[in-house]
Design a protein. Structure first.
Length: 122
């Protein structure tokens, strides 16, 4: 998997994500829908855009170095902990409990993504 670093000069704006399948179909990812195009002109245009974007891709050790540098540049903050039951009593089922679960899961998912990008096991 390759990455496009933030600070790289690109020859074309990345736009919405897209995938080219069997050189005959392009699927775009938009909010609300994911249209697929099979017109030769659209497929060709997408292939040209991908070729221009690929000039900025980084792979392997180069990509890991960029991810490592970005992670090191983030401000350090302690990992979230579950809310203390003594603070306001135990969380009951409802929006507050769901928000707390989301917050803890989000932090865990960020840690897993960073580890996988750096080639570490969690």
């Amino acid at each position: 998997m390759g990455i496009i670093p933030d600070r790289v000069q690109l020859d074309v704006y990345p736009g919405n994500p897209f995938g080219i399948f069997e050189r005959s179909r392009v699927a775009f990812e938009n909010f609300g829908d994911s249209p697929t195009h099979t017109e030769a002109e659209q497929v060709c245009l997408s292939q040209r855009a991908f070729a221009l974007l690929a000039r900025g891709f980084l792979y392997g050790d180069e990509a890991r170095a960029v991810v490592r540098a970005e992670l090191n540049a983030l401000p350090t903050r302690p990992a979230p902990t579950a809310r203390s039951a003594s603070a306001r009593g135990p969380l009951r089922p409802g929006p507050e409990l769901e928000a707390e679960k989301f917050r803890l899961n989000d932090h865990l998912n960020q840690q897993r993504l960073a580890a996988s990008l750096l080639g570490r096991k969690t």
